[in-house]
Design a binder for this molecule. Structure first.
Ligand SMILES: Cc1ncc(COP(=O)(O)O)c(C=O)c1O
Length: 418
């Protein structure tokens, strides 16, 4: 099928949930994608933070080939090969004790919410004064299913589907006073992304995170960290909360976990796991043998290739380059992020749109989030030369757009003078 045929068929047949970019990708290798014409694109989006090992990585190919010959699905009524090994890897990396596997980020978050509510029930049963309210954070994004969307801030995601899950209150991002004011024994958990992703790559402040930890500890409520975008090495540590030296009670991962196959996990402490017994929660596909085999291969490759160190080094280089561009262009309002989870906030949504569109026409894929923010979530494999090409392209585009607007201004002035 050609691009036009696919477009026409999709327009007729699919629920219109996405406005797709007009490129038909047919392959990829390393940090490059290839379209139907054989044109190569430098990918700084990696399927929204999923393809940490880029495309056609031999470790992933090998794991898929080997496991698919043995067993792809067996259900959680038996022992899916790989789950225990993967749980061991993830609990060691995260400092948690137990894992629950599912198929996506939003399912991991649903599990976290359900476990938090169930745990509050255990505490009530033991005579503690604790209710069932969740405190979520403004500008958060936790997914599209009902629990997740109820804790997701922006009205456009939530309101068309109301009434959403009751018992959620939002706290202003990084506003410690608001957090203290809204916290009470009514709260069963504080839910946050240590670095907000869709909300514009915004790290929580040390003070806000530490206050959330202190408040929850004072009542037995839980601190739940969504690391679906920031986790598994993207920030240069396995988990973004490790930059803060704060250990949550529950965390969630997904995106890069199984190299592009759907797999999510909720990780929690032994104490929290007391709330769950056989039959309370589950999934048909979650933690299947194929996804687990690939996830083990992905984690082992990140370790073997020392990619955490690489992400830190190349991420620092990238961030410094963006900061240098910010000094040159007042239109860059702020540079944020950690490792290879980076952003440059521009001063208008139109400008951010123009820059990301122009980058695409130069065959570099980036993404715009929260209207004005250019987001960079490249594969962990990018090198300085790819960063240089990206910074150079942004520089040229901003010079061009500046010259265009100066030209337009001069034209307006000279027309006004006529
Ligand atoms: C922080 C965060 N939580 C949850 C999700 C939802 O994950 P999924 O799209 O796999 O359901 C996302 C997706 O972008 C995310 O960035």
């Amino acid at each position: 099928m050609t691009m036009e045929q696919v477009k026409a068929a999709e327009a007729k047949l699919l629920l219109p949930t996405y406005e797709r970019n007009p490129i038909l990708f047919t392959g990829g290798e390393g940090v490059y994608l290839e379209d139907e014409n054989g044109d190569k694109y430098l990918d700084l989006l990696s399927g929204i933070g999923v393809n940490a090992l880029g495309y056609a990585h031999p470790a992933i190919e090998r794991a898929i080939a080997e496991q698919s010959r043995k067993l792809i699905h067996i259900s959680n009524l038996f022992f899916p090969p790989g789950q225990a090994v993967l749980a061991l890897r993830l609990t060691e990396m995260s400092g948690m004790d137990r894992a629950f596997f599912c198929n996506s980020g939003t399912e991991a978050w649903e599990a976290a919410m359900k476990v938090a509510r169930a745990y509050s029930g255990v505490l009530r049963g033991e005579g503690k004064t604790i209710a069932t309210k969740f405190l979520a954070i403004s500008n958060s994004f936790h997914g599209r299913t009902f629990g997740s969307v109820s804790t997701t801030y922006k009205a456009k995601y939530r309101e068309p589907f109301g009434p959403t899950v009751p018992g959620v209150e939002f706290v202003r991002f990084n506003d410690v006073e608001d957090l203290r004011a809204k916290f009470s024994s009514d709260v069963c958990a504080i839910l946050l992304e240590p670095i907000q992703g869709e909300g514009g790559i915004r790290p929580v402040s040390q003070e806000f995170f530490a206050t959330a930890r202190e408040l929850t500890q004072s009542t037995g409520a839980l601190l739940v960290a969504d690391e679906i975008q920031s986790g598994l090495g993207r920030t240069g540590k396995w988990f973004a909360y490790q930059h803060y030296g704060i250990q949550p009670d529950i965390t969630t991962v997904a995106k890069p976990l199984a190299g592009g196959l759907p797999l999510g996990a909720m990780l929690c402490t032994e104490e929290v796991a007391r709330a769950i017994h056989p039959g309370m929660h589950g999934t048909t596909f979650g933690g299947g043998p194929l996804a687990c085999a690939v996830a083990i291969a992905v984690i082992d490759e990140i370790k073997a290739a020392r990619l955490l160190e690489h992400v830190t080094a190349v991420g620092t280089y990238f961030k410094e380059g963006l900061i240098a561009l910010k000094k040159k262009y007042p239109a860059i309002v702020e540079v944020r992020g950690e490792g290879l989870m980076l952003a440059a906030q521009l001063d208008s949504a139109e400008l951010a749109k123009s820059v990301s569109t122009e980058m695409m026409s130069r065959r570099i894929l980036i993404n715009r989030t929260d209207e004005t923010v250019l987001r960079f979530l490249p594969p962990f494999l990018i090198e300085r030369e790819h960063v240089d090409a990206t910074l150079h392209a942004i520089d040229e585009i901003l010079i061009g757009l500046e010259a265009e607007s100066t030209g337009l201004m001069q034209e307006t002035v000279s027309q006004g003078g006529r």
